[in-house]
Design a protein around this ligand. Structure first.
Ligand SMILES: Cc1ncc(COP(=O)(O)O)c(C=O)c1O
Length: 429
């Protein structure tokens, strides 16, 4: 039995959560001041919610609780949305996740699958990660799996945590759970931030590996923060969510940015099986991060997800994301054939074709003597192309080529430009 007595501010409720590792751990590690945030009921949203209901039933009811200008530019007015997102969108995200990752009747998940109470909408996965790190990373060591998105370290440091890179894979690219366990123990790591399909490599873990990771997390009492922003963009096998393997200790962070190609809409999700976490704590915390997520972005996604969930209900693949996936797969195949032709090799687990995501990680040809940063600098200096030197992801001498923003015609043009850069570097050496 967990009891939140020790560092309780005077006006917090007495709460006890048995079998709720997420709540227990967040409560234990969050900065002292956040106890107040998650324990008290903010007054303004409560008045606004009540006033909205009264106004709907009483046309003469006067609302002066709202702090926004109305009636001056009626066609431009956009109201604040609910703190943790539109209920209808939260419900659709829960349903999409339930269908896509087969969560119905999974142990530790509500019997009908996830619903709106398991989802909080945030301003992109980036805000979702920042919020969750404030709960689990403060004064803690957080394990990062290589390769890692370059923004992770900053997000963890901003939340007062310390990122520690754990070599999850051995030299044959098999998961080394024993080695990982030792690093976790030695560094007193309390949570893991994982990302599959991975940016930059597209790597995934197979079902056995995910099950072993869940076992490890249980044995070592770890919280798993699972960044699943590319989860449905899979080129091999069925997509999986970490929620299916360790629902009681996993928080999923995802977003519409990559899968629906709308990063500027800033719509992300925090998803957990523990509904107190998403339905009660998150609205209070989001209020002091960004007030509420982007209303226009949510409307765009709402229209998309209505159709996608309908397709799932009819036993079909969701058509919009399936079309996106098909196009991305073709672009991926094209860029890989060009990279192979120019002497690059894929540098992730998959040597032939990535398992998912929207970029390829390619190792520089052996006879290129400069490092990845100098290679990209040269390509830019010659005005041939840009790419990301993958040492920023923990992969030295590799280059990440993101193909989601390139048409097939552009990818075809890359072939000659890549050759020009290689020629220029070879001439010099
Ligand atoms: C692995 C990973 N997580 C999160 C993000 C950020 O996503 P969002 O635009 O939803 O903040 C990115 C963006 O590149 C990413 O690659």
């Amino acid at each position: 039995m967990f009891s939140m007595n020790s560092s309780k501010p005077s006006n917090t409720q007495e709460v006890s959560y048995s079998k709720a590792p997420l709540l227990e751990r967040a409560w234990t590690y969050m900065p002292e001041g956040m106890h107040q945030t998650v324990s008290s009921e903010p007054i303004i949203p409560a008045i606004a919610a009540k006033a909205k209901v009264i106004a709907a039933q009483n046309p003469d009811f006067i609302r002066s609780d709202q702090g926004q200008v109305v009636g001056i530019f009626p066609d431009k007015e956009i109201y604040y949305g609910p703190t943790s997102g539109m209920e209808e969108l939260r419900e659709l995200v829960g349903q999409f996740w339930t269908f896509a990752y087969r969560l119905k009747n999974k142990k530790g998940i509500p019997p009908q699958g996830l619903n709106k109470k398991n989802v909080a909408i945030v301003s992109g996965a980036t805000e979702g990660l920042a919020i969750v790190m404030h709960l689990f990373a403060f004064r803690q060591n957080v394990g990062l799996m290589p390769l890692y998105w370059s923004n992770y370290k900053g997000i963890i440091l901003n939340a007062g945590g310390n990122p520690v890179v754990i070599d999850l894979f051995n030299k044959d690219y098999n998961v080394d759970f024993k080695g990982a366990e030792q690093i976790i123990r030695e560094n007193k790591i309390t949570s893991l931030l994982i990302n599959f399909p991975n940016n930059p490599s597209g790597d995934v873990l197979n079902d056995d590996e995910l099950a072993s990771l869940a076992d490890l997390a249980r044995r070592m009492n770890l919280i798993i923060i699972s960044d699943e922003v590319y989860n449905f963009i899979r080129y091999k096998g069925e997509p999986q969510s970490m929620l299916a393997f360790a629902p009681e200790r996993t928080v999923v962070i995802s977003s519409a940015s990559k899968e629906y190609l709308i990063p500027g809409a800033r719509v992300g999700y925090i998803i957990a099986a523990e509904e107190t976490f998403t339905n009660s704590w998150m609205p209070k915390i989001i209020r002091s991060f960004s007030s509420s997520p982007n209303v226009l972005g949510q409307r765009i996604l709402l229209d998309v997800l209505k159709d996608e969930v309908k397709d799932f209900e009819n036993g079909q693949s969701p058509r919009i994301i399936s079309a996106i996936k098909k196009e991305l797969k073709e672009r991926c195949a094209l860029i890989i054939s060009i990279l192979h032709e120019k002497g690059f090799k894929l540098a992730g687990r998959d040597r032939d074709f990535p398992s998912g995501a929207i970029s390829v990680l390619a190792r520089l040809p052996d006879d290129i003597e400069v490092d990845d940063k100098a290679f990209v600098e040269k390509a830019m200096e010659l005005k041939k192309f840009s790419a990301v030197p993958a040492s920023v992801f923990g992969a030295p001498r590799c280059i990440r080529f993101g193909y989601a923003g390139m048409t097939k015609e552009t990818i075809n043009r890359l072939a000659q430009n890549l050759q020009d850069v290689l020629n220029s570097l070879r001439k010099k050496s």
